[in-house]
Unconditional design. Structure first.
Lengths: 69, 767
């Protein structure tokens, strides 16, 4: 998952800041492994979007892989 | 698990034992594989099977006296396989496929005296091992007694072919040798070892007594001399010649290597096998006879006859268990995988999922002719994983949180009967019955209090079995201790257990607690007049796996059912052989799709409507689409109750809610106590469509979790918004899982459109 980009055009806007989400590199972490991934993020407050297909797809796959390590 | 434990367990599973035919064959030809090849028209494959084990297959394959045939499992249900005729078909239609290699020469001179089949076999086997072999015979031709066969059975050119084969392995053949005393003295001097074929005239004139060779080694009086073959009181057996020749060759090989002649030779020759194969239910097809007996089988006839082979194996446990079928393996191989999984220090533990998918129900152990303890192996492996911190966190967390909730102040309760300060009895419905049928728990409790003297206390909680199943021994111990202390506080009353899992836990791990099953109590009690009509058609009782070893409880259930007028029909996998519904061992949490399969399989054991007395069996089979009721639905129906057979699976959220509401309701109505204040987030009202609820159940997301997310989002304003439809998307991580919910405010509450979760930690999350 390291150095992967999961950005895609989205209709979601930040409800706090009323800003469009923009691609940004963030660190996500599980079981001591850190991954630098590109996600859609609010440029003002940093709120991150994890869409359903990512959570139940690649993210779940990596979670399970790490749990068996 | 250490190596000796592994070996012991591996030896318990008999799936890899030889089939009866191979075990009965003196040289252990893989008859099962041979039949498989012929049935699949793999002619060369069949010939390869013979070439691998059978010496001089062109000769022996024509005249094999098939000692295996009497042991063929098909004989139990009809005609055994025509092994000999099929071997003859094979060698007469397919030439040699596999020529065994000859190992490099390694010294040692061996004299083989005689020209019969045992002499030929001994010479061939020793030559293949690289020994220098001379075959000495007074005859002018090879074969001994084999020369008595008709030309039709064994053509002379085929028998003569043996000379070429022996020659190709470097065996020197001296026909016309004179076998007198001096000759033998010379032989003893010139050769390191001697084999004497008893299928030889004039053997008695030699100065060595060959009448009583040692049955294991075939050694006779003089050092380095071995004898075998020939006729016995049972006559002349072709395979006896082959067996003796091979046995003597092995003895001579060991003799030349100066190692033990006797160690580990139990499995040479025909030997017993522990393979267990059930033949009931197999159609007893009659033996296929060749249309022209003199010509033997045609290809079609051979295929038809070989196809009658049932390919003996055990697999009895695998045939019945959803878990074993899913992983497509039998216990011997699984236990090896578990051992290997435990041994991994760095790398991927590929068997975690498998270990966590066993229902720990013990059905396989009951089915197994040798009681393979797979459940114990899997549970111990889980304990090991927890101890080494290699247990995947996601496997059991949801179930353990469910248990925590059942034990929390919002669900748990322990009280004497209202208006009393002591209890002779204590009703313990268990967390899942409280979650599935709170009204049933209430009605049952009220019935017990009115019909039993001496006070009936009530205890809501959890016996701790999820901790036990998930390998959390310490948590299990703490839970049990707390429960025992609570029971002690109530004066150690007799516990009336409704759930058979709780019953099993108390019986095995807290034997000092006095308990009786609810069903045994009810059986002896006056029952309420039926308020719900029982179905007129017979029902199938689905015993839970946890009463496998409780025949008294199963009998009480049947008496009760009869008493209230429900007709039943037993299905074969009930009682001691009952399947698990998928809840056992927390399998349905660690492996969601397999849990669904297990529940469906249990429900499908009968075409009839089901009757359960375990809340999880009831709910899981209902969730898989089966029509099934809980016995309490008929015994103590609640007002306005729907048809018990149509009661849907409550799902995880409703179960939580039911437990909490049951406590609140009973506290206020029976004990006039104020329930604990619910946290603020519980005020969030949700509107969830059934298909979204189903999705949440599959994804192990509770309404409770969504209330927390929306409460947080509404408090802080931290949420995403879709201007197109006005939906919000918010996330929150209460403990380890981050929950996402897409929602919008509505008149009745927040309308939930979607929910999902992940365990990856995002920037800004509390770790």
């Amino acid at each position: 998952m390291s150095n992967f980009s999961f950005i895609s055009a989205t209709g979601w806007r930040c409800g706090c800041c009323n800003k469009e989400l923009q691609p940004r590199k963030v660190n996500v972490e599980y079981m001591g492994s850190v991954f630098n991934v590109e996600l859609m993020v609010c440029p003002a407050c940093g709120m991150v979007l994890v869409p359903e297909d990512l959570a139940l797809g690649k993210m779940l796959e990596v979670e399970q892989l790490l749990e068996d390590k | 698990m250490d190596q000796p434990q592994l070996r012991k367990l591996e030896a318990t599973c008999i799936q890899e034992e030889a089939p009866q035919c191979s075990a009965a064959c003196p040289i252990h030809i893989d008859v099962r594989a041979f039949m498989g090849c012929l049935a699949g028209e793999d002619w060369r494959g069949a010939r390869r099977v013979l070439d691998r084990t059978m010496p001089f297959a062109d000769i022996v394959g024509r005249i094999c006296d098939e000692p295996c045939r009497k042991d063929c499992k098909r004989a139990e249900i009809g005609d055994p396989l025509a092994v000999g005729r099929l071997e003859r078909f094979c060698v007469t239609t397919t030439p040699m496929v596999l020529k065994q290699p000859r190992l490099p020469a390694k010294g040692g001179r061996v004299a083989v005296i005689g020209s019969g089949l045992s002499a030929m076999t001994a010479a061939l086997d020793l030559a293949r091992k690289g020994r220098n072999v001379v075959l000495l015979t007074a005859d002018e031709e090879i074969g001994g007694s084999l020369r008595d066969y008709t030309e039709e059975m064994l053509p002379a050119r085929v028998l003569a072919g043996a000379v070429e084969i022996l020659d190709s392995y470097g065996v020197t053949i001296q026909f016309g040798s004179s076998l007198h005393k001096e000759f033998f003295a010379i032989v003893r001097q010139d050769y390191d070892a001697v084999f004497l074929d008893k299928d030889l005239a004039g053997l008695a004139s030699l100065p060595v007594d060959c009448t009583q060779p040692d049955p294991l080694t075939l050694a006779v009086g003089q050092d380095g001399c071995f004898a075998g073959g020939g006729s016995t009181e049972n006559g002349f057996s072709v395979m006896k010649q082959v067996e003796d020749g091979r046995r003597a060759a092995l003895s001579i090989e060991r003799y030349l290597q100066k190692v033990s002649l006797t160690a580990q030779r139990e499995r040479e020759g025909a030997c017993p096998t522990r393979l267990y194969t059930v033949t009931s239910g197999i159609p007893p097809l009659p033996e296929v006879l060749p249309a022209d007996p003199a010509a033997g089988f045609t290809r079609q006839e051979a295929v038809r006859e070989a196809s009658r082979c049932i390919q003996c194996e055990c697999m009895e446990c695998v045939k019945q268990c959803a878990f074993l079928q899913e992983f497509n393996d039998y216990p011997k191989r699984l236990v090896r995988k578990i051992y290997n999984n435990e041994a991994i220090v760095q790398g991927t533990r590929t068997s975690n999922k498998m270990i966590n998918s066993c229902m720990l129900c013990g059905q396989c152990t009951v089915i197994c002719p040798h009681d393979f303890p797979l459940a114990t192996v899997c549970r111990t492996a889980r304990e090991d994983m927890v101890a080494k911190s290699t247990m995947p966190p996601s496997a059991h967390e949801f179930a353990l949180q469910d248990m925590e909730f059942s034990l929390s102040e919002f669900s748990a309760l322990a009280r004497h009967q209202p208006g009393r300060d002591s209890s002779r009895y204590l009703f313990y419905p268990g967390c899942q019955l409280a979650g599935s049928s709170p009204a049933g728990v209430e009605q049952t409790y009220l019935h017990l209090t009115t019909h039993l003297d001496g006070g009936v206390g009530l205890m809501l909680g959890c016996c701790g079995i999820p901790a036990h199943w998930s390998g959390r021994q310490e948590l299990f111990r703490q839970t049990r201790q707390a429960l025992q202390a609570e029971v002690g506080r109530l004066g150690d009353p007799l516990i009336i257990t409704a759930c058979s899992s709780c019953y099993a836990v108390f019986k095995e791990f807290a034997p000092q607690l006095r308990q009786q099953s609810l069903w045994q109590i009810l059986e002896k009690m006056e029952l309420p007049a039926p308020k719900t009509a029982v179905p007129p058609q017979p029902m199938a009782i689905h015993d839970p796996c946890t009463v496998r070893h409780e025949p008294e409880i199963r009998a009480s259930i049947r008496n009760l059912v009869k008493k209230i007028g429900i007709a039943t029909k037993e299905q074969p996998y009930a009682g001691e052989l009952a399947d698990c519904c998928g809840y056992g061992g927390l399998m349905q949490f660690a492996n969601v799709p397999l849990g669904e399969k297990a529940a469906r399989a249990k429900g499908l054991r009968s075409d009839l409507d089901g009757l359960a007395y375990c809340a999880m069996c009831r709910d899981n089979i209902a969730a898989s689409g089966g029509r099934i009721a809980h016995l309490l639905d008929y015994l103590f129906p609640s007002a306005g109750q729907e048809d018990p057979l149509l009661r849907p699976n409550p799902g995880f959220s409703r179960r939580h809610e039911n437990r909490a509401r049951l406590k609140q309701h009973l506290l206020t109505t029976l004990w006039q106590e104020e329930p604990a204040m619910a946290p603020a987030y519980k005020n969030i009202k949700l509107v969830i469509a059934p298909q979204v609820m189903e999705l949440m159940n599959k994804r192990h997301i509770l309404e409770d979790d969504l209330q927390k997310v929306i409460h947080q989002a509404e408090q802080t304003g931290r949420r995403l918004v879709d201007p197109e439809n006005g939906h919000f998307l918010a996330s929150f991580k209460p403990v380890r899982v981050t929950y996402w919910v897409e929602y919008q405010p509505g008149k009745q509450g927040f309308i939930v459109h979607n929910a999902y979760s992940h365990r990856m930690i995002l920037p800004g999350d509390v770790k």
